[in-house]
Ligand binder design. Structure first.
Ligand code: C2O
Ligand code: CU
Length: 547
């Protein structure tokens, strides 16, 4: 195994990823940032210099479990204090499993300002994948807002509440196209001929097969991705091999990664469109376009056809069907424990607290503490956050009607956490419900840090604790780190609490997490090795660096 050393400078720069000029957080001048390429077992060292001048930062390595290095998870408020302007922070961790992962800012709503990228971990020499391909490529799908994260965050926490609205455009590998002739857009901020917003070009050699690693880091949008005229075979999800299945379009939620195989087997005399479309909520966001270019055609030659229009935004069944289709590859099944020690039912509701709109889990809207949990728990600074844990199941769950607006829309805010007994098996049931609007429920992609979980099942309506577990897939469930809970439905997960540390579990929609849609799990914190002083400096951790 090797050590791979990266030196990153994070700073604001003017960029025009969709032709509209705004301040973007870049890594070494780029957004998406550099791709981390490594091999299973390698140690990654990233020295992050914060040159944002007036803003803190922290970077999370999404999908990397941080076994033995929980302080390197990059989650501000959970695993570390933020990196101050001017400071350099060293992240050091092992990539212990081949697969497709991501990295992104994990401080406030900074991710959507452009700080994100791909991590690609190859198998060790001598091991082979259960499929073959000629070339390997990574792309990140994203949505894009023109307002600053500050303006958005301020709106979300003001009374009256100001929602972020639909994204202005969709980006494919950092490139999109906003219509600069939209009324009210000044010519000096939007330039349709800027090369920064020329479409992303994916060049293929006729007859060759490509492994396309697709990650989504949208702030809000659930996406459908397709390549005109080409089928895709899904072979990997969140770092795990799936029983291959063919799709025309792939649904992908924020925080998920997939590998698909695409063969360039169509008429090679022309180019094709690759399209992303926002689904799951009615929206005004135009589709994102890239060019699937058959060599040696000119890469920027527009395909002669109208881009495919994609599925209907409200075609829920197709999305649910894809979730149900994902099973573990038969030769790579991780046996799932047949029973669990604890069942936590997390009811997802939209609420009001003092007049502002929040998301709550079991009537608790999550807030981050000022002292990171990892330090607080390891050093027994228990006064730094609320000690009464949130409930495993809300009172009155049996009678709760998920199909209507909550009868009592009030919730409480808290930074309390779930403490799990080390090495126990935990089931999490994500239960969706109606929002504050009549006849409305939203899809939420939930992401767990520090673990992969088995996806035991999905259901519509309310989870029935005595009947539904009988239908769990205990034979070949896929393991993932991010999973959707579909509207008015439930999703059942199982994981073993065997990774000492403190781990966030949250909706990956940036504004939803900001509005409280999250929880935190602690397990085996007493087994965590001595914490590096580099993660300290804020809140009550100051005592350790200035004795
Ligand atoms: Cu990719 Cu806690 O996030
Ligand atoms: Cu959400």
């Amino acid at each position: 195994a090797r050590i791979r050393h990266y030196k990153w400078e994070v700073k604001y720069e003017f960029k025009s990823p969709d032709c509209y000029k705004k301040l973007v957080i870049t890594v070494n001048g780029r957004s998406p940032g550099p791709t981390i390429l490594a091999q299973q077992g390698d140690t990654i060292v990233v020295d992050v210099k914060n040159s944002l001048v007036t803003e803190n930062v922290a970077i999370h390595w999404h999908g990397i479990r941080q076994i033995g290095s929980p302080w390197a998870d990059g989650t501000e408020g959970v695993s570390q204090c933020p990196i101050l302007p001017g400071d350099t922070f060293r992240y050091k961790f092992v990539v212990d499993r081949a697969g497709t992962y991501l990295y992104h800012a994990h401080y406030g709503m900074q991710r959507e300002a452009g700080l994100y990228g791909s991590i690609r971990v190859a198998l060790p020499v001598g091991e082979t994948e259960p499929f073959s391909y000629d070339y390997d490529r990574s792309i990140i799908l994203n949505d894009w807002y023109h307002k600053s994260t500050y303006e958005q965050a301020a709106g979300l926490s003001s009374i009256p509440f100001v929602w972020v609205g639909d994204p202005q455009s969709l980006l494919i590998q950092g490139r999109g196209r906003f219509n600069c002739s939209t009324p009210g857009i000044a010519a000096d901020v939007c330039n349709a001929t800027n090369p920064e917003c020329s479409p992303y070009v994916f060049t293929v050699v006729p007859g060759k097969t490509y492994r396309l690693r697709i990650g989504s880091l949208t702030a809000l949008a659930a996406l459908s991705f397709e390549i005109e005229g080409h089928n895709m075979t899904v072979v990997e999800a969140d770092g795990h091999y799936v029983e291959p299945f063919v799709v025309k379009n792939l649904f992908i939620y924020s925080g998920e990664t997939y590998s698909v195989l695409v063969t360039a087997n169509q008429d090679p005399s022309r180019n094709y469109w690759a399209v992303t479309k926002m689904v799951s909520r009615n929206n005004t966001t135009p589709n994102g376009l890239a060019i699937f270019n058959y060599y040696p055609n000119h890469p920027t030659r527009s395909p002669p056809t109208v881009p495919p229009s994609g599925p209907l935004w409200n075609d829920v069944q197709s999305r649910v069907n894809q979730s149900l289709a994902i099973k573990s590859h038969p030769n790579y099944i991780h046996p799932v424990p047949k029973t669990s020690d604890r069942v936590i039912i997390l009811l997802n509701t939209q609420n009001r607290i003092n007049g502002s709109v929040k998301w709550s889990i079991n009537n608790v809207s999550f807030t981050l503490p000022h002292t990171p949990y990892l330090v607080a728990l390891k050093h027994n600074l228990l006064h730094t956050f609320e000690q009464t844990p949130p409930p495993d199941v809300i009172n009155g769950y049996e009678k709760y009607d998920i199909n209507v607006v909550a009868p009592n829309v009030n919730a409480t805010s808290s930074n309390s956490i779930y403490r799990l007994k080390f090495n126990t098996t935990v089931d999490i049931i994500l239960q969706n419900a109606n929002t504050l609007n009549v006849n409305n429920s939203e899809t939420h992609p939930w992401h767990l840090h520090g673990h992969d979980f088995w996806v035991l099942g999905y259901g519509s309506g309310k989870f029935n604790a005595s009947e539904d577990p009988k239908r769990y897939n205990l034979v070949n469930p896929i393991m993932k780190n991010t999973v959707p809970v579909h509207l008015y439905g439930w999703t059942a997960l199982r994981f073993v609490a065997d990774n000492p540390g403190v781990w966030a579990f949250h909706c990956h929609i940036e504004s939803h997490f900001y509005m409280g849609m999250g929880a935190v799990f602690e397990e085996g914190v007493e087994k965590v090795a001595k914490l590096p002083s580099s993660i300290m400096g804020c809140g009550d951790t100051k005592r350790f660096i200035r004795p």
